[in-house]
Write a protein that binds this ligand. Structure first.
Ligand SMILES: N[C@@H](CCC(=O)N[C@@H](CS)C(=O)NCC(=O)O)C(=O)O
Length: 214
């Protein structure tokens, strides 16, 4: 049995953060499909694994870890790659990961869910407009940062802050953003995609395309 099992599904950018990290560090892992769109995230078995009812869940030699940020931190502690080398670097990484969870992924993932996966009769135009406004602000912050340096938290080296922030951004088409409009983000996505072990979300995790109901 592989050393790590990642409970995930293809459309989850939060799970992609963990899957990408596992691949980049060359860990021995396998994806375990959570049939999210058919309610598996609310099953008693899944809630026993993660009472928060959220994907991703990493099950490994040191136990079960949930929350993509905690999983990335856990893997840095275990493998010593993509972390900070000094205390200020580690603080900077944390600062961007918290920002990502709240502002970048928080709004972008919800917007993408509402415009791609929610049945049309359940979509609320006012909510979508609000999320789009918040998403634009977050993208502006990231675009400016990546105009000043090559990677998010440390100027010349990728860290888990990059892995966290890029979780949803290989789906710019699904988010309705043209790469040409975010040249710094686009170049940074290419830099990450050039790392050994990189693979796109739908290649790394099972469940694409979606089957069944949403
Ligand atoms: N902050 C969490 C967010 C996880 C999350 O929202 N996962 C989604 C799938 S991408 C989920 O399972 N949502 C179920 C729910 O919110 O009930 C993380 O970074 O792991």
């Amino acid at each position: 049995m592989p050393q790590y099992r990642l409970h995930c599904f293809a459309q989850s950018g939060n799970a992609y953060k963990a899957a990408l990290m596992l691949n980049l560090i060359g860990a021995d892992w396998e994806p375990i499909f959570v049939d999210f769109f058919n309610g598996a995230g609310r099953s008693p078995e899944f809630l026993a694994l993660n009472p928060m009812g959220e994907v991703p869940v990493l099950d490994g030699p040191k136990g079960v870890v949930t929350q993509s940020g905690a999983i990335l931190h856990h893997l840095v502690e275990s493998y010593g790659q993509f972390g900070g080398e000094t205390w200020p670097e580690r603080e900077e990484i944390l600062r961007w990961m918290f920002w990502d969870n709240h502002k970048l992924t928080g709004y972008t993932a919800t917007l993408r869910f509402m415009t791609n996966f929610l049945p049309e009769d359940k979509r609320d135009a006012a909510v979508i407009a609000f999320l789009e406004g918040r998403r634009k602000i977050a993208f502006k912050v990231l675009e400016a940062r990546l105009g000043a340096q090559d990677f998010v938290a440390t100027p010349d080296r990728p860290t888990i802050a990059d892995i966290s922030c890029c979780g949803y951004l290989y789906w710019l088409d699904e988010i309705g953003v043209d790469r040409a409009d975010v040249p710094n983000i686009s170049a940074w996505l290419d830099r990450i995609a050039a790392l050994p072990g990189w693979a796109a979300p739908y290649e790394l995790m099972p469940g694409h395309p979606i089957s069944g109901s949403v």
